[in-house]
Structures are given as structure tokens and as C-alpha cells.
Design a protein around this ligand. Structure first.
Ligand code: BTN
Length: 247
């Protein structure tokens, strides 16, 4: 991993570039990094603010031999990689908000976007997009974002090296990914639950169909969130927004 790194000063989105390279047979582990994205993408069709040299904007191409329905595990794996890297700095206590936002003091500092090309249950390639806010100051964030988003710099008042963080993320990713391919998802799941935000607590769950309050019980082998349905049964949630009220 990271033997083949493609660096762009400015690009639309490293995801888009990664798709092009993956279609053109780029090897497993190819990494695309940009100093700036002009059209950074977040989950659910959101924009992702990717200002020049303020953070890490990168996409990793993987060609794992796992069934396509296991791909969500890779997103959760990536979240544990970021949490491990951040928690290696004594100042930071990262948490993961299901499915894959990284929080510092309750505010989002990183997001993960997984995209895949597969045929039936066979993966052709997976692209893991990582966005990590590093050097943003309060002034860099809009009034609206300030309540929900943060950066490493804002939480610590330290001058972070983007290069050092990239190296740590890639090294930790490689180790964790190899462990996953060898031993499966079990240890990753435990680690995820260690960092998981609001596990055991009541959260507000909003799916396409309905909205209700229920306890967040943990995650399943396939990456689903475990909870209790509106009518009181065990339920697995694959896609939803969760939120909470602090009390
Ligand atoms: C989210 O919505 O939380 C996911 C954000 C993912 C952003 C990263 S930045 C690098 C890669 N390129 C993109 O356009 N998006 C991902």
C-alpha cells in the first residue's frame, strides 16, 4: 500500500481520479492524494469542503477478494484506522459516529466515503475516500459548520504535519487491512465498538421511512447498526442518520 502514490496539487475529487485509475488497471493499494479538491464529495450527495493544504484529501484503491456485501466492513475498518492514528497522539480522544464519522469532542473532524464497482457479489474494485480536517481554524469554517465540525488544529492548537499524518494513516491502514484479510472482521468490530460513540445510549434514528428513538446496541458482522425497532424487535440498520440530544 502506498507504493504507488499519485499526488495532485488540485483536482476535482480524488474519488473521481481514483475511479479512472481503477478502470485503467491501477494496482491494489494505489493512493491518490490532492492538496485541494474543487468538487470534493461527501456521503449522501453532500459537498466536502477541501480547501488547499488544510487537510488530507485522499482515496485508496483496493481490490480485495471478499464478497461485495462485506464491503461496508472496509468503511468501518478505515474508521478504526483513523481513530487509532489520532489516539496515538496524547491530546486526542477520537470517537466514531456510526457508520463512519470521526469525532473529536463531539464534533466531526473526518469522514469516509466508500465507493465500489462490483458485479453481483464479486468486487472489481473499492475506493476508500478519506477526508481529514487538519489545519482549519475557526474562521475557515462557516457559522453553520462551526457547531458540527472541527480540525486537529482547532482541538489542540498544535501545528500538525500533513505529511507525517499521511504516512501514519497509510502504515496503519496497511497493517489493519492485512490483519482483516487474514483473520476477518472480528477484531476490527471490537475495536470499532471501543471507539463507538453513544453505544448503549439512546439515539434518534432517521431512515428513509421513519424516525424514532432507540438504544444503539453495537454493530453487526456486516457493519449494520444494532438497535430496537419502533415495535420493539431487534433490528439491523444499514442506512440512517443518527443524532442525539445531550442531557
Ligand atoms: C463524509 O460525508 O463524511 C465523507 C467525506 C469524504 C471526503 C473525502 S476527501 C477525499 C475523497 N474525495 C472526495 O471527493 N471525497 C473523499
Amino acid at each position: 500500500l502506498g507504493k504507488n502514490i499519485i499526488h495532485k496539487e488540485s483536482t476535482s475529487s480524488t474519488q473521481t481520479i481514483a475511479h479512472e485509475h481503477a478502470r485503467n488497471q491501477a494496482p491494489n493499494g494505489t493512493v491518490i492524494i490532492a492538496d485541494e479538491q474543487t468538487d470534493g464529495r461527501g456521503r449522501i450527495n453532500r459537498n466536502w469542503d477541501s480547501t488547499k493544504e488544510k487537510g488530507i484529501w485522499m482515496s485508496i484503491i483496493l481490490r480485495p477478494e471478499i464478497p461485495a456485501h462485506h464491503a461496508p466492513q472496509l468503511t468501518l475498518l478505515t474508521a478504526t484506522v483513523l481513530a487509532d492514528v489520532l489516539s496515538s497522539y496524547p491530546l486526542l480522544q477520537p470517537q466514531i459516529k456510526w457508520p463512519n464519522d470521526i469525532l473529536l469532542n463531539g464534533k466531526k473532524c473526518a469522514g469516509i466515503l466508500t465507493e465500489m464497482q462490483a458485479e453481483q457479489d464479486q468486487i472489481w474494485y473499492v475506493i476508500i475516500g478519506i477526508g481529514l480536517n487538519v489545519k482549519h481554524t475557526r474562521e475557515d469554517l462557516s457559522e453553520e459548520l462551526r457547531h458540527r465540525a472541527t480540525s486537529l488544529g482547532m482541538e489542540t492548537e498544535k501545528d500538525w504535519s500533513i505529511q507525517e499524518l499521511i504516512q501514519k494513516i497509510l502504515a496503519t491502514f496497511e497493517k489493519t487491512y492485512e490483519l482483516y484479510l487474514e483473520r476477518g472482521f472480528g477484531e476490527i468490530k471490537e475495536k470499532w465498538e471501543h471507539y463507538g460513540f453513544k453505544i448503549g445510549k439512546e439515539v434518534n434514528i432517521k431512515t428513509m421511512k421513519e424516525e424514532w428513538k432507540a438504544p444503539f446496541l453495537g454493530i453487526a458482522e456486516d457493519g449494520a447498526m444494532l438497535t430496537i425497532s419502533k415495535d420493539g424487535h431487534n433490528q439491523r440498520i444499514y442506512s440512517a442518520e443518527i443524532s442525539w440530544f445531550d442531557n
